[in-house]
Design a protein around this ligand. Structure first.
Ligand SMILES: Cc1ncc(COP(=O)(O)O)c(C=O)c1O
Length: 456
């Protein structure tokens, strides 16, 4: 690895772990705890291993959380409610479908299931255009960035990246990895670039693509996709419109055809409510044509649509086909979660997420706290990023919340990571009336802040 990219990888890991650094405290069961204990590399790039720990306090916390949890949330082993902005809580039926017996990935039963998944993704993304192409590939949301950078642009091409937080920096880094020139249009923290600024930027240079993070998971900022796409089609009609929907698909309205989108990329573990491990995307016919007109070959092997496009087309047509082995168990889980989502009108699902989000946001305001996204129109419906009161940091409240049976995430935006926490409210925690996850988490947050000495 080149020294610069090693430095930037190390900086990214440090950044993720930042909010946990303000003082020593117990190990947390958050997605960041691994980075915190194995965070640094020596000058040769070897990972510095942490010294073996003498005592492990976390299981005690976890057991305590299990004891204190008031209500059985499902048939799963009792556990703290995972209310980070993904992965989210999973439905029993989704998890059960993963204990499917082993089967051939080219056998007809599995291929039929994959076909149904691809057809149902068309419904989830609200596309009926036969030229649109769904992709489901083993990997995470990040693989969606790689696919975009490796298939839809060529080295030296210019792209415009709208920046509403951490994930735009990572997408930019991804483009640069593939030799693509990425220009960022940055908004102040908690805001999003305004349409007139975007119009100006599009008129200054010819961009092959514009990317927007629908919900930036580091800030909870929601971008307006419909108006943005209209603007791009009017001002710069050849520019592809690419939406990072990792933290929005399943919890925010997306109308792929009506809004004339070219790519919406996402992952399985957030609003879709399936365990992590699948990169999911919808690609327009226009983008597929752009891919086919490339002058150079795709700059990835595993992520190349030269390899995957025929596979996805064959799978959807129920024809066994192979490029690289998929995960049948995860595809079964996705099949179940998509069927659950589509068993009710999508508009109802989005309205439910909005209602849950309003409840959280009102509770935050009633507590006298502010959100990073201060304007209502900028606020995501599947998560809330909450500034902590002056003098209170994430390590003051997150372990305490865990003891009370709730897991929230710390801050992720590098400039303010120690000042805020993130509350995810997506999927079954919102739509399953049997679950009290959100209501319970709101009252635990109040208690936890009071325990830290805060008076609302
Ligand atoms: C908005 C956004 N984009 C991309 C990613 C990367 O996805 P993954 O972690 O599944 O690779 C994330 C992860 O949280 C995200 O929130």
């Amino acid at each position: 690895m080149a020294p610069t990219s090693r430095a930037s990888a190390s900086a990214r890991i440090d950044q993720i772990a930042n909010h946990l650094d303000s003082k020593p405290f117990l190990e947390l069961n958050t997605p960041f705890s691994t980075e915190r204990s194995s965070r640094s590399e020596d000058e040769r790039g070897n990972i510095k291993r942490p010294k073996p720990q003498e005592k492990k306090p976390e299981p005690k916390l976890q057991q305590k959380a299990e004891l204190e949890r008031p209500k059985k949330m499902s048939n799963q082993k009792p556990h703290p409610a995972l209310l980070i902005p993904g992965p989210i809580e999973f439905d029993d039926a989704v998890l059960d479908s993963m204990s499917h017996h082993s089967e051939s990935h080219v056998g007809q039963p599995f291929v039929n299931c994959f076909s149904e998944v691809l057809q149902n993704l068309r419904k989830l993304f609200q596309t009926t255009d036969p030229a649109s192409q769904p992709f489901v590939i083993s990997g995470s949301g990040t693989l969606g960035w790689d696919q975009v950078a490796a298939n839809l642009v060529e080295p030296g091409d210019e792209v415009l990246v709208l920046h509403t937080g951490y994930f735009a920096d990572s997408f930019t880094d991804c483009f640069e990895t593939y030799g693509v020139k990425a220009t960022q249009l940055k908004a102040p923290i908690g805001d999003r670039p305004q349409l007139d600024e975007i119009e100006k930027a599009l008129k200054e240079k010819e961009y092959k693509m514009i990317t927007v993070t629908h919900v930036d998971t580091s800030t909870g900022v929601l971008s307006e996709i419909k108006a943005l796409s209209e603007l791009v089609h009017r001002v710069s009609p050849d520019t592809l419109v690419v939406v990072d929907g990792v933290c929005s698909v399943g919890s925010e309205e997306i109308r792929f055809d009506d809004w004339k989108l070219d790519v919406v990329l996402t992952a399985s573990q957030k609003g879709i409510g399936c365990p992590a491990g699948l990169s999911i995307m919808m690609v327009s016919g226009r983008a597929i044509e752009r891919f086919k007109a490339r002058k150079t070959r795709p700059t990835s092997y595993f992520g190349s649509w030269k390899n995957w496009l025929p596979i996805m087309q064959n799978y959807e047509a129920k024809k066994p086909s192979y490029f690289a082995t998929p995960s049948p168990q995860l595809v079964h889980a996705l099949d179940t979660s998509l069927k659950q989502i589509l068993s009710r009108p999508l508009d109802q699902r989005f309205a439910d997420h909005k209602a849950a989000s309003q409840k959280v946001k009102k509770a935050v305001a009633d507590l006298g706290l502010k959100q990073l996204a201060s304007k209502p129109e900028n606020q995501a419906n599947g998560m809330t990023a909450i500034y902590l009161p002056e003098g209170i940091t994430p390590p003051d409240v997150l372990p305490n919340l865990l003891k009370k049976g709730v897991i929230f995430a710390g801050g992720l935006h590098k400039e303010i990571a120690t000042k805020y926490i993130r509350f995810g409210h997506m999927g079954v925690s919102v739509t399953d009336p049997e679950r009290q996850d959100i209501t319970a988490a709101i009252s635990k947050l109040k208690e936890s802040l009071a325990d830290s000495g805060y008076k609302a």
